[in-house]
Design a protein around this ligand. Structure first.
Ligand code: SAM
Length: 336
């Protein structure tokens, strides 16, 4: 049976055609295209089966599409994150923070919580972590990850409602009341637009570290007015948009001497020229702040066949996505 996008979008066809393409730069589905079967590759060219990708979103009424995209993303990311956790990728990332006397961490975009778990494993049980993520399903998943591992993790704070309007989806957050839970506070917040976040974090006291690991986001983020009104057109520019917001937030909430750690995936910076290229880019990102580049480290990274979330790559000096020698790259800056 042919189901067309103009039916699925319930009057959204014009908007779907005019705004950015889905993840990986794939062209949007055209009204004349047949939808794939559940086990066929998704039309967005993500490489996932349709049933694990856009099918639940395509089948949802318009007011549910954003939430469905968040749910699908959280489910898929957990699979990827479990693999990365199993092979020690997150512990490597946490170890890069080890020599900086870290007791309080703000983790931006915690996903399935495996990064938080590895920070607790590597940096010690006395660690206090505030995690933020814009995806409500990541809050549930991360609490589950942490509690299953025996970590005391109070109920996450859900504060954001996202609804469809004529110009796209708009998110609104409620203020953050009272002290943040300890030892792990999971907070729903969009680092690019939350009006109440900075004040609540500052009231909670200065942080020793801010982390933003493997930035990525669900398939309907591109229809959020925060993203469209910023002129974001690609996954790469969205990554920079989020990281720039984190640089500015880190500048406000870190103690002097505190560190910001950005972790990206991309071409292994095997030569001095490639390292300098990344350092230059991060110095530019840090320009509006008092943060100063301190260290770059990398470790080889291999995608696995079963990964559910395609890897967003930071382009290297060649300007091309790497085909081999991929790495996880940690960039540390210090608040002066
Ligand atoms: C690729 S996952 C990485 C999760 C985790 N840091 C890790 O390394 O496993 C990126 C996460 O960042 C979150 N995220 C993306 N944009 C965000 C924003 N503007 N504010 C808060 N969280 C965001 C997504 O919801 C997602 O959970």
């Amino acid at each position: 049976m042919d189901i067309h996008l103009d039916i699925i979008c319930l009057g959204w066809t014009e908007r779907c055609k005019s705004i950015l393409p889905p993840e990986n730069g794939a062209p949007p589905l055209q009204p004349s295209q047949r939808l794939p079967g559940p086990n066929e590759p998704c039309w967005c060219q993500s490489g996932r089966k349709y049933k694990h990708c856009h099918r639940p979103i395509d089948n949802a009424p318009v007011e549910r599409k954003y939430a469905e995209a968040q749910r699908v993303y959280a489910t898929n990311w957990r699979v990827t994150a479990e693999l990365q956790h199993g092979r020690g990728d997150y512990r490597w990332m946490a170890r890069q923070l080890g020599s900086h006397g870290i007791r309080r961490v703000l983790d931006v975009g915690f996903g399935s919580g495996h990064g938080i778990l590895s920070m607790l494993e590597e940096l010690g049980p006395g660690l206090r972590i505030v995690g933020i993520d814009e995806n409500p399903d990541c809050l549930t998943t991360a609490q589950n990850t942490l509690q299953t591992a025996g970590v005391d993790c109070p109920s996450p704070m859900r504060r954001v409602t996202t609804l469809p309007y004529a110009d796209g989806f708009r998110s609104a957050a409620v203020p953050i009341e009272g002290a943040l839970p300890e030892p792990v506070a999971l907070l729903q917040a969009d680092v690019c637009s939350d009006l109440y976040l900075e004040k609540a974090l500052r009231a909670d006291g200065p942080f020793d570290a801010v982390t933003v690991w493997l930035t990525g986001v669900h398939m309907y983020r591109q229809y959020n007015v925060v993203v469209t009104s910023a002129g974001i057109k690609t996954d790469g520019s969205h990554r920079l948009f989020v990281q720039n917001a984190v640089y500015e937030l880190a500048d406000k909430v870190l103690r002097p001497g505190g560190v910001l750690q950005v972790v990206d995936r991309g071409e292994a910076p095997a030569t001095e020229t490639m390292k300098q290229d990344i350092i230059r880019a991060h110095r530019e990102q840090a320009e509006p702040t008092t943060l100063d580049f301190r260290a770059i480290e990398y470790t080889p990274w291999t995608p696995t066949e079963t990964r559910r979330v395609p890897m967003g790559l930071t382009l290297g000096t060649s300007g091309m996505a790497p085909t081999q020698d991929m790495a996880i790259v940690s960039i540390i800056s210090v608040k002066t």
